[in-house]
Design a protein around this ligand. Structure first.
Ligand code: GLU
Length: 478
């Protein structure tokens, strides 16, 4: 039995904008498949559309892939650099008779197309009229007339077993003899893609299902070039929660925007992986390693996927809560610094304290911004009081209780166990539940009624800052 060769996949973005989340999903599925099966994940920048391709966009794609951790193998291929190969392949098809010359001037073709359309027909080239006798071709070539190269679509049916959609077939009679090389010598998209995919020895073409209609033409080109066919996987499209094609109207659609909003790369990867793929069962939250381990052909879904930013936020909360703190800390710190809460150096100087703080805050956070917001009372001298929390917990003796707690705390050792004894003892002596004491205290210390456990808050703030904060609450929250 021979072992199958490792698969070779490529991600082939057109650099005409920022890295869109749908395009990133395609990149990710290619990457997951390659990593799962020990294959290669290649990157090809399809920059042949000179008018629309920009270096900024190419850079944005590299940055987005790096942020997501989708490292590629081998050198990046720039499609524009392969022009000679595309032309050579097109000429090979001409030489073998699989394609023929079309001397019709482009303007004439345009005119015929418009005319047919105005009569409500789709224009189709008439091979018999276009393909000239060998003699006439010689004469025109001798006169230096330009020609396009057109593929001679054979009779029959073109079919493939799509990894996502199962068997798909197109009757060839529905496919027009299409141009592969324009009269200016530039290849059309399908020619360039097939030529590159053959040269890169791609064994699995995985892309958005908006390319399904290109696939029969591409298969015909492989066959005419005598090249082995890759497998094809056409991933379902991505819709907004309203069922419409995902667009700006739905909010952020570029990977970079989510990076700036404080979404973790691991959460984004997890979320994108589940757009059009599922490991089965109820499993949703997965690390990168788990995703690779579970990624399988059978998990592809045909149905359009829905991009729900709320779910992404939830997923982010899950990753924030469960990722190793050493992995999170370097991701969160720049946001803390940017918010002006502390400098890098101040953080480094009290790293154990800082990590403990993150450990406690992340449980209640969905985004990095949530963490930054919750972290403020531990760095700043002043807290902002949530007026609803004050109104709720500061009345009915709340203020008086905080005053009494301050006395007890000031006399206590400053560790969680001693602080707990002091406060529970006070609650007992007043015959009240612990919550009735902790809530007004929490509001005084953090400004809000949601925070980590009160003893942890006290320890994190430290004795001086905690007592000063109680004093200022007692003075100001009359
Ligand atoms: N450049 C094409 C796109 O961005 C991808 C083509 C392909 O994957 O075959 O849609």
């Amino acid at each position: 039995m021979s072992t199958p060769l490792p698969p070779r996949l490529r991600f082939a973005p057109s650099p005409t904008g920022s890295l869109h989340v749908g395009v990133a999903r395609t990149a990710l599925h290619n990457w997951l498949y390659a990593r799962k099966y020990g294959g290669a994940f290649l990157l090809r920048v399809e920059d042949t559309d000179r008018a629309r391709s920009t270096p900024e966009s190419t850079q944005g794609i590299f940055d987005g892939l790096r942020w997501l951790g989708l490292n590629w193998d081998e050198a990046v291929v720039h499609q524009g650099a392969n022009l000679a190969q595309h032309q050579q392949d097109a000429r090979m098809l001409l030489a073998s008779g699989a394609a023929y010359r079309d001397f019709t001037p482009a303007e004439e073709l345009d005119r015929l197309r418009k005319e047919a359309e105005s009569r409500g027909h789709a224009f189709r080239v008439d091979r018999a009229a276009v393909e000239l006798s060998a003699e006439e071709q010689e004469q025109r070539l001798a006169r230096g007339e330009a020609y396009a190269i057109r593929f001679r679509v054979p009779e029959g049916t073109t079919a493939w077993d799509d990894m996502v959609h199962g068997p798909i077939e197109f009757p060839n009679k529905d496919i027009e003899d299409f141009i592969i090389l324009r009269s200016d010598g530039t290849p059309v998209y399908n020619m360039a893609v097939v030529s590159d995919d053959i040269a890169m020895r791609i064994t699995l073409v995985m892309r958005g299902d908006d390319h399904i209609s290109n696939t029969p033409k591409q298969i015909l080109l492989y066959q005419a070039l005598g090249a082995p066919l890759p497998r094809f996987a056409h991933l379902p499209m991505i819709l907004g929660v309203d069922g419409k094609k995902l667009s700006k109207r739905h909010g952020a659609t570029s990977v970079a925007e989510y990076e700036h909003q404080g979404i973790l790369a691991d959460a984004m990867v997890n979320f994108l992986a589940l757009l059009g793929w599922s490991p089965g069962g109820d499993i949703e939250v997965m690390s990168r390693e788990e995703l690779v381990a579970r990624f399988e052909e059978s998990g592809f879904l045909k149905k359009a996927a829905v991009f729900d930013p709320k779910k992404l936020e939830w997923m982010n909360g899950q990753h924030l809560a469960h990722a190793p703190i050493e992995r999170l800390e370097p991701v969160i710190t720049p946001h803390i610094v940017a918010a002006g809460l502390a400098t890098e150096q101040e953080i480094t100087e009290r790293l154990p304290w800082y990590r403990r703080l993150l450990e406690l805050l992340r449980v209640r956070a969905r985004t990095i911004d949530d963490i930054v917001r919750q972290a403020a009372p531990y760095f700043r001298d002043q807290v902002e009081y949530d007026s609803a929390a004050v109104a709720k917990h500061w009345k009915n003796g709340g203020r008086e209780l905080v005053g009494a707690a301050r006395e007890r705390l000031a006399a206590s050792d400053w560790d969680a166990a001693a602080l707990e004894d002091a406060l529970r003892d006070l609650a007992e002596s007043r015959g009240i539940g612990a919550g009735a004491l902790f809530q007004p205290l929490r509001v005084a210390l953090t400004g809000s009624s949601a925070s980590p456990g009160i003893f942890d808050v006290l320890v994190l703030l430290g004795r001086d800052r905690a007592l000063r904060r109680l004093d200022s609450a007692l003075a100001n929250l009359a």
